[in-house]
Ligand binder design. Sequence first.
Ligand SMILES: *Cc1c(COP(=O)(O)O)cnc(C)c1O
Length: 409
Amino acid sequence: MLPADIRDLDANDPLATYRDHFIVPDDLIYLDGNSLGALPRTTPRAVQEIVEDEWGRDLIAGWNSHGWYEASDRLALLLAPVIGAEASEIAVCDSISVNLFKLIAGALSLRPERRVILADRSNFPTDLYIAQGIARLLGVELRLHDSVEAMANAIDHNTALIMASHVDFKTGLIHDMAGITARAHELGALALWDLAHSAGALPVTLNAAQADMAVGCTYKYLNGGPGAPAFLFVAQRHHRLVQQPISGWFGHESPFAFETEFRPTSGIRRFLAGTPPMLAMRALQCGLEIAAEAPLDAIRNKSIALSSLFLELFEARLAGHGFTLASPRDPAIRGSQISFAHEQGYAIMQALIAHGVVGDFRAPDIMRFGFTPLYLRFADITEAVERLVRIMDEGIWREPRFHQRATVT
Ligand SMILES: *Cc1c(COP(=O)(O)O)cnc(C)c1O
């Protein structure tokens, strides 16, 4: 592609102005918004305000006078259109890991006569670890399959729950949420989806897909900040019967009655546990305000255009360097990332980061490049590939400093 064509793509980009909603260092090409999203321009001020004006000045009164108590409900309203659910079905709280614990146990409470959870080995490790913990705790069986398809084919009348990621974190493969959920329902099982790599990156339609439950994080494509509170979704039809084991006072019908017995409140708030981190909730609100406003179809179109351009240039310029595509070639089943496998992937990624292009590495050999349409330009894609070409052609990645492993990759 000619430089003029790239300039045209950026000039005609309907999302171009969204880059100004974020603070992105000028000299950095950030292809890791799928791990930690960028800083919204409104966040520093909003956090400063809640610290100084609300906490600093009003102290405990803030729970009433600044609506801290309702923060989950307020954020749920912003998130609802992004994931295709009603706000009354969403709670914003805790981490994906903790919310998975609540929901897996909750699903088992809805299918007490069934003793099997199905999952697939390609799911994110914490999802599997939490399921393992619950299986041990409750004496149910966790059966792992090699792929989501194999898992879907194994559903039977003993299956209480299937769980999977909507978009695979390593390869970016999009799974058929509606089809697999329908298969689970035919056999009386429930479906729990992890939206970590789809919420904010592509249109998600939980209710149209009839999903029973979902979790997701907000520090990736939703730009809530490192460790931002996660969310959970439970379809309205389950609210009457579902129970969750972390029965904390924020899920009580009347927390400030200080009763001895736990009585769950009626709606989604029964999935809250303890006092929410208000500073983090405020930072998250800034990210969600952008997500609620940005048109998801335009995000998806640009995501496909960015990843397709990257793939085209990558394959044209880097053939013969030992990279193997690890993502679907068909953009219709590809999330907002491209992954390549390379046996020196770690060192190559370190060299690339040192040259101002940030992607990440997932063991054993996957180099991940994430595309965040709200703040990436097409020119960033061409420049990223050019820098990688130099690193490969000149063997820069061979330098010893690029082979030392850090704790977080
Ligand atoms: C990022 C991610 C997580 C992270 O879980 P936390 O509890 O927020 O640390 C979980 N699952 C998937 C699929 C992820 O991509």
